[in-house]
Design a protein around this ligand. Structure first.
Ligand code: ADP
Ligand code: MG
Length: 322
């Protein structure tokens, strides 16, 4: 119900950037190859995400805005091995409860699109609409009906900066997807479909990629790829410590520790390396359902993961120095 959704929204949708993250993850889960983001006033006035993904059928359209309506898992067993970015089925419902949301979508086999709007928790009936195969979700006036939350929104430029951060993290993990970011009608970022090296170079600096070790190792079900550089080499010049697990940006002490140790072991200093590392583990080996925003993960066998990451980086670092 409406109130429950609004309470959940407090956890999932902390600010416009969190809504943007949910929408981008939905587009990627729908196998989009092109995603366009339009923001108005830092996302406060407008967040619009358009994709060319699988779309939502007419029958599922109203359902998609309901809490716990997810097409991605159907049992508790599925929860043990989530391979999509979303699975809790509360993203759209939460965002809809605190904004004016319109969803327009069309599946490949449908003759035209359907549109559904949610205003203040009430759903309008789906109406025929014009739209290419794929989905557009428009979120306007976030928190217009929850003044207490609206009060906590920062300036347009601060909220935009948070959105840009979310956009970059998602774009880093999906280099083959084409992205466009506009703010107040101006193009801020245009990313073609490209290699991981090119995408990392574009977002974190070509100097960083040029100076970095490229890491690409696998052992059994674990794999790691990406770039790492000692701070003296990197001109990324900012807090460039990015860890991704199965395409998801995470904050994880274990992974950060493993990379730091690997550097300390060879270079004998305490400075933080810069890195963008992409870890792949079997979905059942990691629990992403630790927090509603899914930015934390828990590894079932954390020691094995730590060792794998440590050795992958350490070995690469040791061989380039001899
Ligand atoms: P979750 O992502 O956890 O399943 P959401 O509330 O974010 O929950 O989305 C609900 C459902 O709506 C999804 O399971 C999916 O079926 C559908 N959906 C949402 N966004 C899109 C999209 N961009 N393309 C296709 N389907 C979508
Ligand atoms: Mg989702």
């Amino acid at each position: 119900d409406h109130l429950v959704n609004q309470i959940a929204a407090g956890e999932v949708v902390e600010r416009p950037a969190s809504a943007l993250k949910e929408l981008l993850e939905n587009s990627l889960d729908a196998d989009a190859s092109r995603i366009t983001v339009d923001l108005g006033q830092g996302g406060i006035q407008l967040i619009r995400v358009n994709d060319d993904g699988n779309g939502i059928s007419q029958d599922d359209l109203s359902l998609a805005l309901h809490r716990h309506a997810t097409s991605k898992i159907s049992s508790l067993d599925d929860l043990e091995q989530v391979s999509t970015l979303g699975f809790r089925g509360e993203g759209l419902a939460s965002i809809a409860s605190v904004s004016r949301m319109t969803l327009v979508s069309r599946t490949a086999d449908s003759e035209h699109a359907w549109s559904v709007s949610a205003l203040d928790g009430t759903l309008e009936a789906p109406e025929p609409a014009a739209h290419a195969p794929g989905t557009t979700v428009e979120v306007a006036d976030i928190y217009f009906n929850t003044p207490a939350r609206r009060k906590f929104l920062k300036s347009e430029s601060t909220e935009f900066a948070h959105c840009a951060t979310v956009f970059e993290r998602v774009a880093l993990a999906y280099p083959h997807v084409e992205f466009l970011l506009r703010h107040n009608g101006r193009v801020v970022n245009r990313l073609p479909s490209e290699s991981l090296a090119d995408r990392v170079g574009r977002l974190l600096g070509k100097d960083f990629v040029a100076a970095a070790l490229d890491i690409d190792e696998a052992a059994g079900p674990l794999a790691i790829a990406g770039f790492a550089a000692s701070p003296s080499l990197s001109k990324a010049g900012r807090d460039a410590q990015y860890c991704f697990v199965n395409g998801r940006f995470v904050r994880d002490k274990l992974l950060a520790h493993a990379v730091r140790q690997a550097y300390r072991d060879v270079l004998h200093h305490e400075r933080q390396p810069c890195y963008a590392l992409f870890l792949r583990v079997p979905p059942e080996a990691v629990d992403v359902n630790v927090h509603p925003t899914k930015v934390e993960v828990r590894f079932r066998e954390s020691q094995a993961v730590h060792q794998f990451v440590f050795h992958a980086v350490n070995r690469r670092l040791a061989t380039t120095r001899t």
